[in-house]
Ligand binder design. Structure first.
Ligand code: GZL
Length: 329
């Protein structure tokens, strides 16, 4: 009887040991099994703003966290550099190409080469126009038209009870980019519903803070009587450059001139808190995790959505921003 009990205990211990070993071995195998070496070619337009730098970092962090090799190319604001980079990704036979089209047109030929090479293309942040929609697999990014609408909606709300006219100076983002076109169109769609508002000038600032500064210096020099009531800037960098100049004049940004901007980088949120900007429409650069998740799905043969827009906030002078976390860009 006693020997039977001992035998049963021995058998039980043996089974437990085998179970533990097999689990450990499986777990070890899981850790040991290297993920298929996914290589992504990433063509970024440049480093023209805090937004862009954060967008790049977001992609690099997400790829690194997923064990994905990211071949990063900075096109330094030149479309021809992006085309060269995409061609090099094709030669390198990357698994997926991810890129931000700096402008909307001129991509058909290089994307046909990628398609012929069997490499899927995901475009992020900015959109493009191609004759054959099958030349890219998906778009992930913001709805820039809605961002323009939100900027205008703030102004209609702020001035809803004022019976007077308002002149608007608009500083545009990069000419030919889907972002500038989107914010331009969305803003007009809403602001043109109210005939008190007139856009008196639209000047190209190329999303650069230095251009915002130059525009302020030139425009105020040529128009000392301050011929506008509102500044609508397609991004924070240009608005902040404009404010840099106003700070050396008697004109009070946020008071003598109402300022509306887009991106929501930290410096603009700080200016909003200081009352130097009145409204900041968010455009979220931190889409790296979303993009890399789509890349992984693609390489696993799974389908991904054709378009993925990201939800965004609008920060205004009426909000309590004391608890807003740091923006990270
Ligand atoms: C927006 C992005 C724009 C930002 C700018 O999605 O493409 O480019 O608004 C950046 O700050 O330069």
């Amino acid at each position: 009887m006693k020997s039977t009990i001992i035998k049963r205990r021995m058998l039980f211990l043996l089974v437990c040991t085998l179970l533990v070993f097999s689990c450990t071995k499986k777990q070890t195998e899981e850790i040991k099994q290297p993920q298929k070496n996914i290589i992504v070619g990433f063509s970024q337009i440049g480093a023209e703003s805090a937004w862009r730098t954060c967008n790049t970092q977001s992609m690099q962090d997400a790829a690194s966290a997923s064990g994905i090799q990211l071949l990063y190319d900075n096109a330094e604001q030149k479309q021809e550099n992006q085309i060269k980079a995409i061609r090099s990704f094709i030669v390198y036979q990357v698994d997926v190409i991810v890129f931000v089209p700096i402008v909307q047109d001129g991509w058909d030929n290089v994307l046909r080469e990628a398609k012929d090479a069997g490499i899927p293309v995901i475009i992020i942040d900015r959109k493009m126009r191609v004759a054959d929609e099958s030349l890219f697999t998906a778009f992930i990014g913001a709805d820039h038209i809605e961002e323009g609408r939100n900027a205008a909606r703030f102004l209609l709300k702020k001035f809803k009870d004022e019976d007077r006219n308002f002149r608007i100076l608009e500083i545009l983002g990069t000419e030919g980019s889907s972002v500038a076109d989107g914010r331009y169109a969305g803003f007009r769609e809403i602001i043109n519903t109210d005939n008190r508002f007139t856009i008196t000038a639209s000047i190209d600032g190329d999303f650069l803070r230095s251009r915002g500064k130059e525009i302020a210096e030139t425009y105020l020099q040529e128009n000392p009587e301050l011929p506008f009531d509102i500044l609508f800037s397609h991004n924070d960098g240009m608005a902040l450059g404009f404010i840099d100049v106003l700070n050396n004049t008697s004109i009070r940004p946020g008071k003598d001139i109402v300022i509306v901007s887009v991106d929501a980088e930290q410096a603009a949120i700080d200016a909003l808190k200081e009352g130097k900007i009145n409204c900041v429409v968010e455009c979220n650069p931190k889409i790296g995790d979303l993009v890399i998740d789509m890349v992984k799905k693609l390489t696993e043969g799974k389908s991904i959505p054709r378009t993925t827009n990201i939800s965004e906030n609008v920060f205004t002078e009426w909000d309590d921003l004391s608890l807003l976390p740091l923006r990270g860009y």
